[in-house]
Design a protein around this ligand. Structure first.
Ligand code: URA
Length: 238
Protein backbone atom coordinates (compact mmCIF):
# COMPACT_ATOMS: atom_id res chain seq x y z
CA UNK A 1 0.00 0.00 0.00
CA UNK A 2 1.21 3.57 -0.72
CA UNK A 3 2.66 5.34 2.32
CA UNK A 4 0.26 8.31 2.08
CA UNK A 5 -2.76 5.97 1.86
CA UNK A 6 -1.43 3.98 4.80
CA UNK A 7 -1.18 7.14 6.97
CA UNK A 8 -4.68 8.14 5.92
CA UNK A 9 -6.14 4.77 6.82
CA UNK A 10 -4.65 5.16 10.28
CA UNK A 11 -6.67 8.35 10.81
CA UNK A 12 -3.61 10.59 11.01
CA UNK A 13 -5.30 13.17 8.78
CA UNK A 14 -6.35 13.78 5.21
CA UNK A 15 -4.46 12.42 2.21
CA UNK A 16 -2.92 15.84 1.52
CA UNK A 17 -1.83 16.16 5.18
CA UNK A 18 -0.25 12.71 4.88
CA UNK A 19 1.69 13.84 1.81
CA UNK A 20 2.81 16.98 3.62
CA UNK A 21 4.01 14.99 6.66
CA UNK A 22 5.96 12.68 4.37
CA UNK A 23 7.56 15.54 2.39
CA UNK A 24 8.48 17.30 5.65
CA UNK A 25 10.49 14.21 6.69
CA UNK A 26 8.20 13.43 9.63
CA UNK A 27 7.56 9.84 8.59
CA UNK A 28 9.96 6.94 9.06
CA UNK A 29 9.66 3.40 7.78
CA UNK A 30 11.85 0.94 9.65
CA UNK A 31 13.59 3.89 11.30
CA UNK A 32 14.53 5.55 7.99
CA UNK A 33 12.96 8.83 6.83
CA UNK A 34 10.94 8.30 3.66
CA UNK A 35 10.01 11.41 1.67
CA UNK A 36 8.05 9.82 -1.13
CA UNK A 37 4.25 9.47 -0.70
CA UNK A 38 4.14 6.65 -3.25
CA UNK A 39 6.60 4.50 -1.27
CA UNK A 40 5.11 1.01 -0.88
CA UNK A 41 4.61 -0.08 2.73
CA UNK A 42 3.97 -3.61 3.88
CA UNK A 43 1.28 -2.94 6.49
CA UNK A 44 1.82 -6.35 8.12
CA UNK A 45 5.57 -6.06 8.71
CA UNK A 46 6.82 -2.47 8.30
CA UNK A 47 7.20 -0.27 11.36
CA UNK A 48 6.01 3.19 10.43
CA UNK A 49 6.30 6.20 12.71
CA UNK A 50 4.92 9.71 12.43
CA UNK A 51 6.63 12.49 14.41
CA UNK A 52 8.45 9.78 16.37
CA UNK A 53 5.26 7.93 17.37
CA UNK A 54 5.04 4.34 16.19
CA UNK A 55 1.81 3.68 14.28
CA UNK A 56 -0.20 0.48 14.37
CA UNK A 57 -2.01 -0.63 11.27
CA UNK A 58 -5.57 -1.08 12.41
CA UNK A 59 -6.18 -4.71 11.92
CA UNK A 60 -8.42 -4.21 14.94
CA UNK A 61 -11.15 -1.75 15.87
CA UNK A 62 -10.98 0.52 18.91
CA UNK A 63 -13.80 2.69 20.25
CA UNK A 64 -13.80 5.04 23.20
CA UNK A 65 -17.25 4.92 24.77
CA UNK A 66 -18.58 7.30 27.37
CA UNK A 67 -20.53 4.63 29.20
CA UNK A 68 -23.79 5.94 30.59
CA UNK A 69 -25.28 4.74 33.87
CA UNK A 70 -27.79 1.92 33.58
CA UNK A 71 -26.02 -0.34 31.08
CA UNK A 72 -23.88 -3.35 31.92
CA UNK A 73 -20.28 -3.91 30.76
CA UNK A 74 -20.94 -7.13 28.89
CA UNK A 75 -21.38 -8.25 25.31
CA UNK A 76 -24.80 -9.74 25.97
CA UNK A 77 -27.17 -10.07 28.85
CA UNK A 78 -30.54 -11.74 29.22
CA UNK A 79 -32.32 -8.83 30.84
CA UNK A 80 -30.05 -5.77 30.85
CA UNK A 81 -28.96 -3.37 28.13
CA UNK A 82 -25.26 -3.81 27.43
CA UNK A 83 -22.56 -1.39 26.35
CA UNK A 84 -22.52 -3.08 22.93
CA UNK A 85 -26.21 -2.27 22.46
CA UNK A 86 -25.11 1.38 22.25
CA UNK A 87 -23.44 0.68 18.88
CA UNK A 88 -25.33 -0.05 15.68
CA UNK A 89 -25.48 -3.79 14.90
CA UNK A 90 -23.03 -3.62 12.01
CA UNK A 91 -20.32 -2.06 14.22
CA UNK A 92 -20.60 -4.52 17.11
CA UNK A 93 -18.96 -7.51 15.42
CA UNK A 94 -16.26 -9.12 17.57
CA UNK A 95 -16.11 -6.20 20.02
CA UNK A 96 -16.01 -6.52 23.77
CA UNK A 97 -15.40 -4.10 26.65
CA UNK A 98 -11.86 -3.88 28.06
CA UNK A 99 -12.80 -4.66 31.65
CA UNK A 100 -15.87 -3.68 33.56
CA UNK A 101 -17.48 -0.60 34.97
CA UNK A 102 -20.38 -1.13 37.36
CA UNK A 103 -23.88 -0.58 36.02
CA UNK A 104 -24.13 2.70 37.96
CA UNK A 105 -20.65 3.92 36.88
CA UNK A 106 -20.17 6.11 33.84
CA UNK A 107 -17.20 7.20 31.79
CA UNK A 108 -14.39 5.89 29.67
CA UNK A 109 -14.70 2.32 28.48
CA UNK A 110 -12.63 0.90 25.65
CA UNK A 111 -14.49 -1.36 23.21
CA UNK A 112 -12.28 -3.37 20.91
CA UNK A 113 -11.69 -6.71 19.22
CA UNK A 114 -7.96 -6.62 20.06
CA UNK A 115 -7.89 -9.48 22.57
CA UNK A 116 -4.10 -9.62 23.11
CA UNK A 117 -3.95 -5.89 23.87
CA UNK A 118 -6.83 -6.06 26.35
CA UNK A 119 -5.27 -9.08 28.00
CA UNK A 120 -2.11 -7.07 28.65
CA UNK A 121 -3.94 -3.88 29.68
CA UNK A 122 -5.96 -5.78 32.26
CA UNK A 123 -3.09 -7.91 33.51
CA UNK A 124 -2.62 -7.25 37.25
CA UNK A 125 1.15 -7.18 36.56
CA UNK A 126 0.94 -4.14 34.26
CA UNK A 127 -0.65 -1.80 36.83
CA UNK A 128 -2.31 0.23 34.09
CA UNK A 129 -3.52 3.56 35.45
CA UNK A 130 -7.23 4.38 35.84
CA UNK A 131 -8.54 7.69 37.10
CA UNK A 132 -12.00 8.14 38.57
CA UNK A 133 -13.96 11.24 39.43
CA UNK A 134 -15.59 10.27 42.70
CA UNK A 135 -18.48 12.06 44.41
CA UNK A 136 -18.74 11.01 48.00
CA UNK A 137 -21.45 11.03 50.64
CA UNK A 138 -19.28 12.80 53.21
CA UNK A 139 -16.31 15.15 52.86
CA UNK A 140 -12.98 13.34 52.43
CA UNK A 141 -10.68 14.34 55.26
CA UNK A 142 -6.92 14.81 54.73
CA UNK A 143 -6.42 11.70 56.90
CA UNK A 144 -8.74 9.67 54.66
CA UNK A 145 -6.97 10.97 51.54
CA UNK A 146 -3.60 9.97 53.01
CA UNK A 147 -4.95 6.50 53.85
CA UNK A 148 -6.32 6.04 50.31
CA UNK A 149 -2.92 7.03 48.93
CA UNK A 150 -1.04 4.65 51.19
CA UNK A 151 -3.39 1.68 50.71
CA UNK A 152 -6.48 0.62 52.64
CA UNK A 153 -7.97 -2.68 53.74
CA UNK A 154 -10.79 -3.30 51.25
CA UNK A 155 -11.95 -6.43 53.09
CA UNK A 156 -11.44 -10.11 52.34
CA UNK A 157 -7.74 -9.63 52.99
CA UNK A 158 -7.26 -7.23 50.09
CA UNK A 159 -5.11 -4.13 50.62
CA UNK A 160 -5.24 -1.55 47.86
CA UNK A 161 -2.00 -0.56 46.15
CA UNK A 162 -0.71 3.00 46.59
CA UNK A 163 -2.99 5.46 44.78
CA UNK A 164 -3.12 9.18 44.01
CA UNK A 165 -5.80 11.46 45.42
CA UNK A 166 -6.62 14.96 44.32
CA UNK A 167 -9.35 16.62 46.36
CA UNK A 168 -11.42 18.84 44.06
CA UNK A 169 -14.23 19.89 46.41
CA UNK A 170 -15.63 18.98 49.78
CA UNK A 171 -17.20 15.78 48.44
CA UNK A 172 -15.43 15.33 45.15
CA UNK A 173 -12.03 13.87 44.36
CA UNK A 174 -9.96 12.36 41.60
CA UNK A 175 -8.65 8.94 42.50
CA UNK A 176 -5.97 7.27 40.39
CA UNK A 177 -5.44 3.57 40.94
CA UNK A 178 -3.25 0.96 39.28
CA UNK A 179 -5.41 -2.10 39.71
CA UNK A 180 -9.00 -3.06 38.99
CA UNK A 181 -10.44 -5.27 41.67
CA UNK A 182 -14.18 -5.86 41.97
CA UNK A 183 -15.95 -2.65 43.14
CA UNK A 184 -12.50 -1.32 43.95
CA UNK A 185 -13.25 2.38 44.30
CA UNK A 186 -16.43 1.79 46.28
CA UNK A 187 -14.59 -0.57 48.59
CA UNK A 188 -11.70 1.87 49.02
CA UNK A 189 -14.04 4.68 50.01
CA UNK A 190 -15.92 2.28 52.27
CA UNK A 191 -12.62 1.51 53.99
CA UNK A 192 -12.27 5.16 55.04
CA UNK A 193 -15.81 5.30 56.40
CA UNK A 194 -17.29 7.03 53.39
CA UNK A 195 -19.52 6.06 50.47
CA UNK A 196 -19.45 6.64 46.72
CA UNK A 197 -22.45 8.62 45.49
CA UNK A 198 -21.37 8.87 41.84
CA UNK A 199 -18.47 7.42 39.92
CA UNK A 200 -17.09 8.36 36.53
CA UNK A 201 -13.91 7.00 34.93
CA UNK A 202 -12.09 9.89 33.27
CA UNK A 203 -8.86 8.17 32.19
CA UNK A 204 -7.67 4.68 31.36
CA UNK A 205 -4.31 3.43 30.15
CA UNK A 206 -3.03 6.87 29.15
CA UNK A 207 -6.30 7.78 27.40
CA UNK A 208 -8.43 10.66 28.65
CA UNK A 209 -12.19 10.60 28.27
CA UNK A 210 -13.07 12.82 25.32
CA UNK A 211 -15.10 15.62 26.90
CA UNK A 212 -17.01 15.97 23.63
CA UNK A 213 -18.62 12.56 24.12
CA UNK A 214 -21.95 12.71 25.92
CA UNK A 215 -22.96 9.65 27.97
CA UNK A 216 -23.81 6.89 25.49
CA UNK A 217 -21.67 8.37 22.70
CA UNK A 218 -18.54 6.78 21.29
CA UNK A 219 -15.84 7.46 18.73
CA UNK A 220 -13.02 5.57 17.09
CA UNK A 221 -9.55 6.00 18.62
CA UNK A 222 -6.90 7.79 16.57
CA UNK A 223 -3.73 5.94 15.61
CA UNK A 224 -1.83 7.96 18.24
CA UNK A 225 -4.28 6.93 20.94
CA UNK A 226 -3.89 3.27 19.96
CA UNK A 227 -0.11 3.71 20.22
CA UNK A 228 -0.51 5.12 23.72
CA UNK A 229 -2.46 2.02 24.74
CA UNK A 230 0.23 -0.23 23.31
CA UNK A 231 2.90 1.66 25.22
CA UNK A 232 0.91 1.34 28.43
CA UNK A 233 0.46 -2.36 27.78
CA UNK A 234 4.23 -2.60 27.69
CA UNK A 235 4.73 -3.52 24.09
CA UNK A 236 4.99 -0.75 21.53
CA UNK A 237 5.87 -3.04 18.69
CA UNK A 238 2.90 -5.35 18.31
N1 URA B 1 -14.55 0.84 41.09
C1 URA B 1 -15.84 0.61 41.41
O1 URA B 1 -16.18 0.47 42.57
N2 URA B 1 -16.73 0.55 40.39
C2 URA B 1 -16.41 0.72 39.10
O2 URA B 1 -17.27 0.67 38.22
C3 URA B 1 -15.06 0.96 38.79
C4 URA B 1 -14.14 1.02 39.80
Amino acid sequence: MRLDKYLCELNTGTRSQAKAYIRQGLVRVGGVVVKSPEFQVNEATDQVSLKGVLLHYQQFTYFMLNKPKGVVSATKDRSERTVLDLLPGDRQKGLFPAGRLDKDTEGLLLLTDDGPLVHRLLSPKKHVEKTYLVKTKKPVTPQAAAALEAGVDMGEGEISLPARVCILKDRELLLTIHEGKFHQVKRMLGAVDNQVEALKRVAFGGLKLDEGLKPGEYRELSAQEVSVLYEQAGNSLS
